[in-house]
Design a protein around this ligand. Structure first.
Ligand code: FMN
Length: 247
């Protein structure tokens, strides 16, 4: 394996950090490199709000479902899908943009995910660790107000970054077998149940033996609970209030 593959294969979410500042220069270097992510039609439909202020992190942590690592991390980045610049550019060019269809919403979400994962890898390459925070979508209106997000901008996820507390680095969480996610020539649905059963055993063992928060649960038991009830049903209304649409 080369160094890039090794780095990628060593990922784990980091939620405990050393009490050590992450310099603005480091953040700038990481994001400048991450900006080279491919982007749909070069529209670069994202913005990143960098938060270091403790009070603001506390407010965000509360809004994210009381996640302590949002307070403890030296830097919290909020990744937003952003069509605001497309709207402004269109106005500059006297064009009426159609930004209320599903397509630009997907484009902004995908562009944002691509730069974010580049940020995560770049951060890990300089010895930082981090964790994504989907909890930022728990209270979208309040987050949007706190961060002064204009129309056409919506928070997709946050990312805690900091130097890992080496005493508390977690074991890696096993992934699905490759055959479950890579299909030869066409989707191989007939094998999925077996693939899941195989992975269930791996995950059960991982949950039972990891160094913290042990429990006895399979992957299918775990994931089936996630969508047992509808989630974050305010999102459609929030997105529409930000001028996104699903036409
Ligand atoms: C979009 C996204 C949102 C996430 N939201 C949270 C979150 O709110 N809180 C948290 O502790 N972890 C969150 N995670 C981390 C995942 O739980 C974690 O990546 C997953 O369990 C795999 O573990 P690993 O990253 O250690 O390999 C999120 C991950 C992603 C990609």
């Amino acid at each position: 394996m080369n160094d890039v593959l090794k780095l990628m294969s060593n990922h784990r979410s980091i939620r405990k950090y050393e009490a050590k500042e992450v310099s603005n220069e480091s953040i700038e270097n990481i994001i400048t490199a991450a900006q080279w992510a491919s982007t749909s039609s070069n529209i670069q439909a994202y913005s990143i709000i960098k938060v270091k202020d403790r009070v603001r992190k506390e407010q965000l942590a509360e809004l994210c479902g009381k996640q302590q690592h949002v307070v403890d991390c030296p830097v919290f980045l909020v990744f937003c899908g952003d069509l605001n610049r497309i709207n402004i550019s269109s106005k500059m060019e006297n064009v009426e943009p159609h930004l209320d269809t599903v397509e630009p919403f997907i484009v902004a979400s995908v562009d944002t995910a691509l730069i974010a994962q580049n940020v995560m890898l770049a951060a890990e390459s300089i010895g930082l660790g981090g964790v994504y925070i989907g909890g930022i979508r728990n209270n979208s209106n309040e987050v949007s107000e706190l961060l002064k997000l204009p129309d056409y901008v919506y928070p997709i996820f946050g990312m805690c970054l900091g130097y890992p507390d080496n005493e508390k680095v977690p074991e890696q969480k096993p992934r699905l077998p490759l055959k479950a996610i890579v299909h030869e020539e066409a989707y191989e649905n007939e094998h999925q149940e077996n693939n899941i059963s195989e992975y269930n055993q791996v995950m059960k063992h991982y949950y039972e033996t990891r160094s913290s928060s042990t429990r006895s649960e399979t992957w299918s038991e775990y994931v089936s609970k996630i969508y047992q009830a509808p989630k974050r049903q305010h999102l459609r209304g929030f997105l529409e209030s930000k001028r996104f649409g699903f036409k």
